[in-house]
Design a protein around this ligand. Structure first.
Ligand code: MEV
Length: 447
């Protein structure tokens, strides 16, 4: 068994790579070349990347694609999309093109409120705590003034603090529930700093209040942390058109298409197995723009999934309605993203992504990202209820196999033509490849 290492983080980048190669890759020196080939040639840029996280040994690339023709609230956008999955960018672009001719995407910001909690244990008279809280609410808030001053100057800050009695769920458990506006930033650091100060002030103020008994004064702070569930930081994006304007799809009439599409969305509203895949497709679109713009896709996803479960059952984030001959399709999802702070001012590609979008405000970015999710879902459902999803995927799948086989450009073209009307499977492609190169199939099976 290999032995653990002490002080790994103190090694230089070179030292970390050497340790990894020797201890994990059994001294395989080719690993060094692979790792080094992904380092940025500009040392300054590499230094930036090194410092984004800890123990950096190289960079990990994702392709950055663009999806043009997104008409969102009357503005034409080209969306930056960082994603590894084939067909996602093409699907977004296709959906954008479709809705471009039908009025585009309309977005609504339902709210921009963020939430954080001080979770604490208080053993004693709950009414005494409630009275104390009402008396000291302003004092608690004032204690964060030095942290919130800049945010307040920009129109944000703490908007409300309340005491929540959770003792019916767990003995002695209370929360300070704190509401924030964080303007153009996602606000995680700001919120957590405020919560830490609030917790400290809460314990100190109770400690110095002689109306509390010694036991009551022993408030135990369990955690001070923002919630990634942001039900009031919510965005809607919508597309609509008369049914007749939905073009004929793969031999399916606009009315039949609208009906099947509506049913597909209803299935995702009532059936968690389908809802999970349906929402996964939505996050193909959402995450790609969230990542490209340097935002936290785990936070956006976590909130989206909680929102999707708010009825007690996991459901679709998109909805469809057909009324008076009008087809309406929309998404409603939480979206805590920022355009300042974090990576946004540091990462050269992130800065470029924001420029590509015309340097939007945080609420504008919320709308753009929601439109990307809606477009992705529209494209997926459009394919699913007509020709099926595989048709579009197959060319990329074929090219991926051919790249693995190190096929030439000329060979690739031949294969694309050959497989136009055939099912692409790994086996079928490899067999055809062997036949064409006149090499035994058995020699390729390991490749
Ligand atoms: C694949 O990444 C996403 C889809 O499965 C989404 C869906 O089924 O709606 C195509």
């Amino acid at each position: 068994m290999k032995s653990p290492i002490k002080g790994f983080s103190k090694l230089t980048q070179q030292g970390k790579i050497e340790w990894l190669v020797n201890e994990v890759f059994d001294g395989d020196q080719s690993v060094i070349n692979t790792l080094k080939s992904y380092l940025h040639q500009d040392e300054k840029v590499q230094k930036l990347h090194n410092e984004f996280i800890e123990n950096t040994i190289t960079n990990y690339y994702l392709p950055l694609g663009v999806a043009p023709n997104f008409l969102i609230d009357g503005k034409l956008h080209t969306l930056p999309m960082a994603i590894e999955e084939s067909s996602v960018v093409a699907a977004a672009a296709k959906a954008a093109q479709f809705w471009l001719k039908r009025g585009g995407f309309k977005t609504t910001i339902v709210g921009t409120e963020k939430i954080g909690h001080v979770h604490f244990m208080y053993r004693g008279d709950g009414n005494k705590l409630k009275a104390f809280f009402e008396e000291n609410k302003n004092h608690l808030k004032d204690a964060t003034d030095d942290i919130t001053a800049n945010m307040q100057a920009r129109g944000g800050g703490i908007t409300a603090i309340s005491l929540v009695d959770k003792t019916s769920d767990m003995a002695d458990y209370y929360q300070l529930d704190v509401r924030f506006q964080t303007c153009d930033s996602m606000g995680a650091n700001f919120i957590n700093s405020c919560l830490e100060r609030l917790a400290e002030t809460l314990t100190q103020t109770i400690e110095s209040d002689n109306r509390f008994t010694q036991t009551e004064k022993q408030v135990q702070i369990v955690m001070r942390i923002l919630s990634n569930y942001t039900p009031n930081c919510l965005v809607r994006a919508e597309v609509r058109c008369p049914i007749e304007d939905l073009s004929e799809e793969e031999g399916v009439s606009p009315h039949e298409f609208a009906e099947k599409f509506y049913r597909a969305v209803r299935i995702a509203e009532i059936e968690p197995y389908r809802a999970t895949t349906h929402n996964k497709g939505i996050f193909n679109g959402i995450d790609a723009v969230v990542i490209a713009t340097g935002n936290d896709f785990r936070a956006v996803e976590a909130a989206g999934h909680t929102h999707a479960s708010k009825s007690g059952q996991y459901r679709s984030l998109t909805h469809c309605e057909i009324e008076n001959g009008i087809f309406r399709f929309w998404i409603e999802t939480p979206m805590a993203v920022g355009v300042v702070g974090g990576l946004t001012g540091l990462h050269p590609m992130v800065k470029l992504a924001h420029r590509m979008l015309g340097n939007p405000s945080a609420p504008e970015l919320m709308g753009i990202i929601a439109a990307s999710g809606l477009a992705q879902n529209f494209a997926a459902l459009r394919a699913l209820v007509t020709s099926g999803i595989q048709k579009g995927h197959m060319k990329m799948h074929l090219l991926n196999i051919l790249n693995q086989l190190e096929a030439t450009e000329e060979e690739k073209q031949l294969f694309v033509n050959y497989f136009k009307d055939k099912v692409v499977s790994h086996n079928a492609v490899v067999r055809k490849f062997c036949e064409m190169r006149d090499i035994p199939y058995s020699s390729m099976v390991k490749k």
